[in-house]
Design a protein around this ligand. Sequence first.
Ligand code: ATP
Ligand code: MG
Ligand code: MG
Length: 353
Amino acid sequence: GSTIGIIGGGQLGRMLAMAAARLGYRTVILEPQEDCPAAQVASEHIVAAYDDPNALEQLAELSDVVTYEFENVPVDSVEMLNESKAVFPPPEALKVSQDRVAEKRFLNKAGIQTAQWRIVENEGDLKAALLAFDGKGILKTRRFGYDGKGQIKFTGAKGESAKSGFAAIGSVPSILEALVDFTREISVIAARDEDGNIKVYDIAENVHKDGILATSSVPVSVSSTIAGLAADSARKLLDGLNYVGVVGMEFFVLANGTLLANEFAPRVHNSGHWTEAACAVSQFEQHIRAIAGLPLGDTRRHSDCVMENLIGDDIGRVPMLLQETGAVVHLYGKAEARSGRKMGHVTRITKRL
Ligand code: ATP
Ligand code: MG
Ligand code: MG
């Protein structure tokens, strides 16, 4: 049998390892944290830093193909691995997604509309950018942001200042995005194989709480134009990056029917967890198929559903959820239920189609 290498040992790595095992693959993860969600299901675990040269060499030797489960993997590591083993998604996709400026440029160049944005290197840049956007916007660090961390919102209210705002995000290279007055947030999960075939799942509507995804619901009540536009954007992105694997792409829908891309993640995505309960082939299996050179699976949905993240203390609700008809419970095996920590998710089937 073949072995799939996975950089990162979080819940996404765990679910990828589970999907790989079901298709007969072994998995080896590279993750410094000994007791991580993926370690419980992977065949092998290299306990080392993501940029440890010896560990990377070992990973390359053990794997037939390598992938990653989070977007802050050092690009150097992935490029080094890519010299001896195929790494999917391609290093370029990782690179672009790690920097919000490179990401926005790439999207805009590919003809995908985003919110207006300005590079912010210092307080003066921020002042000028805020002036251009009527004092409203979201300041985001260019790198390492997730779950809404590293962001400051400007609403145009008195007392907001560029000086304290820039200091609050740590005075690091940033981007100011115009504040989008969206009616809903949607996302699309899509996959591309090495031959360039693309499969797209149905769009999900996402609701965030405290910057963290709370629920993803399918179907979404948007026009077929909007749905088509979102799927087309994903196709443009995948082709533009000569992508192999699953991508998650987030959008804002405006009241006037405009669709703006927010960001993409070069990996399986939290807003695609519903696919394990409502599709024959989940996003996790789809990713394994794409990177292993297997045919992409059917993305049709057999049910309507709502995926709810179980965060922190929500884990206490599991005994009740296990008694619910039509609820598919998935837990990540994390021992400590810290606040804001994703412990698992539940997908409720609301209607069989
Ligand atoms: P993720 O965990 O999805 O990677 P992140 O930290 O990268 O999150 P974003 O997706 O950029 O952050 O933003 C988090 C949320 O903040 C968005 O889902 C949206 O609700 C809100 N948001 C982000 N950018 C804007 C914007 N320009 N205008 C209005 N709201 C925004
Ligand atoms: Mg993000
Ligand atoms: Mg996001």
